[in-house]
Design a protein around this ligand. Structure first.
Ligand code: AMP
Ligand code: FE
Ligand code: FE
Ligand code: ZN
Length: 276
């Protein structure tokens, strides 16, 4: 009986490398029996993965990773147990994916102004139907020979302080939290290890349901620190591998970062309370 619960993974519907079914199969091989696919701004993978998951006896928990910003810093929120057919959620995700396309075009324009030979179609070759992001631009740049590799694209051009960087549109954590609540879901602060403590505290005051304590970027001290905050503020705990696959070379993370059945039960209890 497997008991690994991984609530943070990506497929090629955002910046992951695997199809939903390939991800489910790899999760199964790594002894994961409960999985949430949390693509950035897309839930397409979940329905596509349903049959494979059923075949292998893996429980899928609906999920999505939403980008917001606070004090000029990008904050990722994870949503679980959302109703995939919720109209407002669908509308928002479509709007945000469209905005990602506009932003990718602005980045390509900046790259062109720097004298580089790249078009938006080159980026689309990599993004296909997914929520287009900088990783797709980095892959395109590497393929075109503009940079040595994926990493160099970020270091020289499209990283947060690079000459071709463009921000995503502003979305407040409050509006994302309302969206998640209205779609019947629970909200979590993703990988808080990337943010300063004062931001974490203001997000907690905004009313998130929990914190992602388990993440490959968190060391043991951080896990204990975030657990302390969870206990202090009566929050829920989530976690997972943030697996993307492909050139991220993070295959070993799948099956290594997971939460316990008790933590998942606490989420279900909270849902019952919300619905009572
Ligand atoms: P986007 O959502 O389009 O801004 O892309 C964000 C993604 O780009 C992150 O999830 C990372 O996968 C990747 N990324 C951002 N900054 C870097 C960096 N400096 N080096 C490598 N990958 C990065
Ligand atoms: Fe990502
Ligand atoms: Fe993230
Ligand atoms: Zn993620």
């Amino acid at each position: 009986m497997y008991t690994k619960i991984d609530l943070h993974t990506h497929t090629l519907y955002s910046d992951g490398a695997l199809t939903p079914c390939e991800l489910v199969q790899l999760a199964y091989k790594n002894e994961i029996n409960t999985l949430s696919i949390t693509d950035h701004d897309s839930v397409y993978a979940i329905k596509e993965a349903t049959e494979c998951a059923l075949d292998l006896g893996i429980e899928l928990i609906t999920g999505v990773e939403i980008s917001t910003d606070l004090d000029d810093k990008e904050i990722h929120l994870l949503a679980y147990f959302i109703d995939l057919d919720n109209d407002e959620l669908q509308k928002y995700l479509q709007f945000f994916r469209d905005e990602r396309i506009h932003r990718a075009k602005r980045i390509v324009k900046k790259l062109q102004n720097l004298g580089l030979k790249i078009t938006f179609d080159d980026v689309l070759d990599h993004a296909k139907n997914s929520a287009v992001g900088r990783p797709h631009i980095a892959y395109a740049m590497a393929d075109l020979g503009i940079v040595k590799n994926y990493q160099e694209a970020f270091e020289k051009y499209i990283g947060d302080y690079g000459p071709a960087f463009e921000r995503k549109i502003h979305v407040s954590p409050q509006s994302a939290l309302k969206l998640i609540n209205d779609a019947g879901g629970l909200s979590f602060i993703a990988h808080p290890g990337f943010m300063k403590e004062n931001l974490l505290m203001s997000l907690i005051k905004t009313g998130v349901d929990g914190i992602e304590t388990i993440h490959p970027c968190h060391n043991e001290n951080q896990i204990q620190f975030y657990r302390g905050i969870v206990n202090q503020y009566c929050l829920l705990e989530s976690g997972g591998s943030d697996f993307h696959g492909g050139k991220k070379m993070d295959n070993e993370n799948l099956g290594k970062y997971y939460i316990s059945g008790n933590q998942l039960d606490a989420m279900r209890k909270m849902l019952q309370k919300n619905n009572a």
